[in-house]
Design a protein around this ligand. Structure first.
Ligand code: GLN
Length: 279
């Protein structure tokens, strides 16, 4: 079988995916260890029986709904490459606006000390360490898998010397730290408990519920982190969140109740109120 034939045969089998052609090409690239351009200029090249078997094995996983990022083992975020596996949420483009805002905020702070609550794959921490050259980042997560994956991503992106990974229930592991933080950043679990069952199959069957479940009204972690952040932020410290599509006003309210004086809401490129920042 050649590249053209295997692509033609399999794209129609992936009708369950929103991007069948792209998924097929990416799986084929992984199996053949080539890039997409190579596929398109070598459509008549034969593939081996072993490659064909491996391809169909991965294709079947995709057919069942396993996200392409877990199949490939990585995902691009903020122009950086992140290793991902089951047990950590796949970085989403929705979160990039949060990174951009924090980068801007940090411009006026010398050697900012940042803490990322619920670091997951490390996408937020690693991007901030990468793009804010003098930042020092504490990356906290309760999940061992997250810490393991986060450390790999910090190393792969050459920022491991400026990130400290700690197993932590929210702020618990930094309670005895001598210094306070300039910025608390978080993309906490924010899906309402009852809405988890309505998420796409690819998400609810494969991504960690721990990283999605925000409790009854989806706001549990915003309440806890906002309250606790008062103890861990410097006088002029900043709290920056990603929020769900309809949560910005509620999160703003939570910040006001906790004495944040100025609140900024930022829309993402889709027009959704995606980031809430408290000063
Ligand atoms: N954006 C994710 C989703 O909609 C949720 C991430 C989160 O809970 N922080 O699946």
């Amino acid at each position: 079988m050649n590249i053209r034939q295997i692509m033609m045969n399999s794209i129609k089998e992936l009708s369950s995916s929103a991007t069948p052609k792209l998924d097929v090409e990416l799986i084929l690239c992984k199996v053949l260890d080539v890039d997409r351009l190579y596929l398109h200029i070598n459509l008549d090249e034969d593939i081996t029986k072993e490659q064909e078997t491996e391809f169909y094995c991965l294709l079947n996983q995709r057919k069942e709904g396993r996200p392409i990022a877990y199949i490939l083992g990585h995902r691009e975020f903020m122009g950086l490459d992140f290793f991902v596996k089951e047990g950590v949420l796949i970085p989403r483009p929705d979160t990039e606006i949060l990174i951009e805002e924090v980068i801007n905020l940090s411009k006026s702070i010398k050697s900012p000390l940042i803490v990322d609550i619920g670091t997951g794959s490390g996408a937020i921490s690693v991007s901030l360490a990468k793009y804010i050259k003098d930042a020092k980042v504490y990356s906290l997560d309760i999940s061992d898998t997250a810490l393991e994956v986060g450390k790999i991503n910090a190393k792969n992106n050459n920022v491991e010397d400026r990130i400290t990974f700690l197993k932590s229930d929210l702020f618990s592991s930094v309670e005895n730290l001598n210094s306070k933080f300039d910025i608390v950043v978080s993309n906490p679990p924010y899906i309402k408990k009852d809405d988890i069952y309505n998420l796409d199959k690819d998400v609810k069957d494969y991504e960690p519920i721990l990283a999605l479940d925000g409790g009854e009204d989806g706001l549990n972690f915003y309440r806890r982190i906002t309250k606790d952040s008062l103890m861990f932020l410097k006088e002029n410290g900043v709290l920056a969140y990603e929020v769900g599509h309809d949560q910005a006003e509620d999160v703003k309210e939570i910040m006001i109740e906790n004495n944040f004086k100025n609140i900024k809401i930022v829309r993402d490129l889709a027009g959704i109120q995606r980031v809430v920042i408290g000063f």
